[in-house]
Design a protein. Structure first.
Length: 133
């Protein structure tokens, strides 16, 4: 029996040829939905930067997430008013529509290794979501 070189074994893992050995670290939709809804509120940092974390100049927006029927809803909290939207949760993150007058639908990925900013995006305008106690 021939032995696989470590490079060939790694290539097989990357291609998914050994699904029993590969580990899926995504917590799944239900766990992410629960994580977002159980926290009282979140701060979304928004900034155009190459940095790995937001600076003091980052725009800060307060959000809360909650369940209504079987849907996860979000609310942008403002001093006067705000807006409500439906959140689409995926196996590895979530996305939501911006409130008017903003356009687009940012997507944030879950990073289990980052306890401070567990959700983030990697677009030219970076977003980080941080839980607020």
């Amino acid at each position: 029996m021939k032995r696989l070189s470590s490079g060939a074994f790694a290539a097989l893992l990357m291609l998914g040829a050994c699904p029993a050995i590969a580990v899926d670290t995504a917590p799944g939709e239900a766990a992410l939905k629960d994580m977002l809804a159980k926290q009282k509120s979140w701060i979304l940092y928004s900034e155009y930067t190459d940095a790995a974390v937001p600076s003091d100049r980052a725009q800060k927006l307060r959000f809360e997430y909650y369940e209504r029927d079987t849907k996860l809803m979000g609310r942008w909290l403002l001093a006067f008013g705000g807006c409500e939207f439906e959140v689409t949760v995926t196996a590895d993150g979530f996305h939501f529509p911006w409130c008017p007058p903003y356009n687009g639908e940012p997507a944030l990925s879950f990073d289990p290794a980052d306890k401070q900013y567990p959700f983030k995006s990697r677009n030219p305008r970076k977003l980080w979501l941080k839980a607020v106690d």
